[in-house]
Ligand binder design. Sequence first.
Ligand code: DGL
Length: 253
Amino acid sequence: MARIGIFDSGVGGLSVLREIRKLLPGEACVYYADTANCPYGSKTRAFIIGRAVAITQLLLDRGCDIIVVACNTATAAAIATLRARFPVRFVGIEPAVKPAALTSRTGTIGVLATASTLSSAKYRKMKETYGDKVAIAEGVGQGFVELVEAGELTGPRAEAVVRASLGPLLEAGADRIALGCTHYPFLLPTLEKVAAAYAVPDIRVIDPAVAVARQLAKVLAEEGIPLRGGADGTTELLASGPDGILKKLFQTL
Ligand code: DGL
């Protein structure tokens, strides 16, 4: 049976865990939420690397064979260090710029991510790759992580917060919104509700979590890590701080 370690700054990575469980329902997952240090988006690169190294060590000590960095911010800041430091495979996540760029009809895409991700070298490279195909409007999902960590996913306040960051991207003509933070998919109903008020035809919000689960299955096969199969795998939830919302959101998955 594969034992899959997954981590994020908080509950956001549960949006990735959900896709992993769908694709590999018989395996064992250990999910670590660094809620004592959330959000990562405003922290320094050195701090995020330090946390990513410590959490990886903890997950390996609990017998994980592979690590999913279910956080765009930690992937951008730390995955190169993790790969150089630990003898296991890592699967990361990055903003869904590629599928957005390849399917946009207006020729403009929007990217929503944390400040740390948008200023990373990894994201800059992505922009260089796709920036000649489409115009890219980007913005920080200001206050999104805080809403999700508070379990406030819908309602007038959530809509106002979402509108403030999403509105400018839609006004710039974006018809594809690439999500670049694993917390943001939990706001999908609100993102879609707000987007519907702007008259952009065929608007789509793209979550890269499905692609991460597929990549994980591919890497497990490449590594020859045997799968248990079946549909009754387990998930262990761990947190460095408060875990109320973590358990609540996990139950709704
Ligand atoms: N969920 C994380 C990400 O994908 C981090 C959000 C945060 O802690 O700021 O970027």
